[in-house]
Design a protein around this ligand. Structure first.
Ligand code: NAP
Length: 298
C-alpha cells in the first residue's frame, strides 16, 4: 500500500517504521523535518508539505499531537483535505476531540474522500513492538482497505462500526480510566509511605494479588520510584486528554467528578513546570499534598 504518514513524534515514528518493515511504500511529513531522516534512510520519501505526502485516491495517516495540530495538517493551506479526492482515505490516529472527528468526517464526505478514526492504546515502546491496540471506526469499505496497515502497527484491531466518533469516545474513556488508576495508585502508595510502608512494597503486594493487570504493574513501578523521565506520554498531553474528556462529558451532560479532579492535578503539575514529564508525575502532587517532598522525579 502507498501511505502518506504525517506526524513522527514519540508514537508516529515507530508506527511509521513498522509500516516500512511490513513492506508498505511510505511518504512522510513532520513539522520538524529532521525527525524523518531515520525513516528516509530506510526508504521513506520525505515530502515538503503534508499534501505532498498523499495522492488523490491514496491513504493518509495522521499521528500529530492534538486538535490544533490535526487541523493544521488537514485543513491548513498545505493540508491533506484539498489533496484527497474520491477514493482517498484519511486515517486519524491521534487522541482528539469527538467534535473535531465528526467535523472532519463531514468535510471528507463532502469531497468524496473517507475519514476513519483509529486512535490507539499503548505507549511508544508498545508502538515499536507492534503491540498497539487499534480502535477503528468509519465507512466499512475504507476500514477494510486500511486494515492491513493498521494490523502492521498493532496486535489487535477493534472494528467499531461506521461512526468515527465512537472510536474517539472509547479512547477517551480508556484514558480517563488510566488517569483514575494513576491517582488511586499514587494515593494508596502515599498512604503507605506516611505509615512507614515503602511505596514499592505496597505495589508489590497489590499487583501480585488483586490488581495483576499490566497497567497496574507497569504504571505502579513508575509511580513507586517517582520515575517520570523520559516521558513516554507527556503530562501536557494528559492535560489535553482530561480537557477532552470533560468537554465530551459536558456536551452529553455526564458528570465526571474524577476527570475534573485529574484535570486539576495536571493543571497544577503544568503550573509547576512538569509539562514534559510523564503523565504518571501527577503522583508528585499527591505526595506533596500529604506533606512529603518527593523532589521532581527522575
Ligand atoms: P509527541 O511525541 O509530542 O509528538 C507530537 C507530534 O505532533 C510531532 O510529530 C509534532 O511535530 C506534531 N505536532 C505538534 N504540533 C503540531 C502542529 N501545530 N503542526 C504540525 N505538527 C504538530 O506526541 P506523541 O506521544 O507521539 O502523541 C501523538 C498523539 O498520540 C497524541 O494525540 C497522543 O495523545 C496520542 N497517543 C500517545 C500515546 C503515548 O503513549 N505517547 C499513546 C496513545 C496515543 P514536531 O516533531 O515538529 O514537534
Amino acid at each position: 500500500m502507498e501511505i502518506g504518514f504525517i506526524g513522527l513524534g514519540s508514537m508516529g515514528y515507530p508506527m511509521a517504521e513498522n509500516l516500512l518493515k511490513a513492506g508498505h511504500a511510505l511518504a512522510i511529513w513532520n513539522r520538524s523535518r529532521e525527525k524523518g531522516e531515520g525513516l528516509a534512510s530506510q526508504g521513506a520519501r520525505q515530502a515538503g508539505r503534508p499534501a505532498d505526502a498523499v495522492s488523490a485516491d491514496g491513504v493518509a495517516i495522521t499521528m500529530v499531537a492534538d486538535d490544533a495540530a490535526l487541523e493544521s495538517v488537514v485543513l491548513g493551506p498545505d493540508g491533506i483535505l484539498e489533496k484527497l479526492g474520491p477514493g482517498g482515505v484519511h486515517v486519524s490516529m491521534s487522541t482528539i476531540s469527538p467534535a473535531l472527528s465528526a467535523r472532519l468526517a463531514e468535510l471528507h464526505r463532502a469531497r468524496g474522500s473517507h475519514y476513519v478514526a483509529a486512535p490507539v492504546f499503548g505507549r511508544p515502546d508498545a508502538a515499536a513492538a507492534k503491540m498497539l491496540f487499534v480502535l477503528c471506526a468509519g465507512p466499512a469499505a475504507a476500514c477494510e482497505r486500511v486494515r492491513p496497515a493498521l494490523e502492521a502497527m498493532g496486535q489487535k484491531v477493534f472494528p467499531l462500526g461506521e461512526e468515527p466518533v465512537h472510536a474517539n469516545i472509547i479512547k477517551l474513556g480508556g484514558n480517563f480510566m488510566i488517569m483514575s488508576v494513576i491517582e488511586a495508585m499514587a494515593e494508596a502508595m502515599t498512604l503507605g509511605e506516611k505509615h512507614g510502608v515503602p511505596r514499592e512494597k505496597t505495589m508489590e503486594v497489590l499487583t501480585q494479588s488483586i490488581f495483576p493487570a499490566p497497567l497496574f504493574v507497569n504504571y505502579g513501578k513508575q509511580i513507586a520510584a517517582h520515575a517520570y523521565r523520559p516521558a513516554r506520554f507527556k503530562l501536557s498531553l494528559g492535560l489535553k486528554d482530561a480537557n477532552l474528556v470533560l468537554g465530551a462529558a459536558a456536551r452529553a451532560q455526564v458528570p465526571m467528578p474524577l476527570a475534573a479532579l485529574m484535570q486539576g492535578r495536571y493543571l497544577a503539575a503544568v503550573a509547576k513546570g512538569r509539562a514534559d514529564l510523564d503523565w504518571t508525575a501527577a503522583a508528585l502532587n499527591v505526595a506533596e499534598d500529604a506533606g512529603l517532598d518527593p523532589g521532581d522525579g527522575h
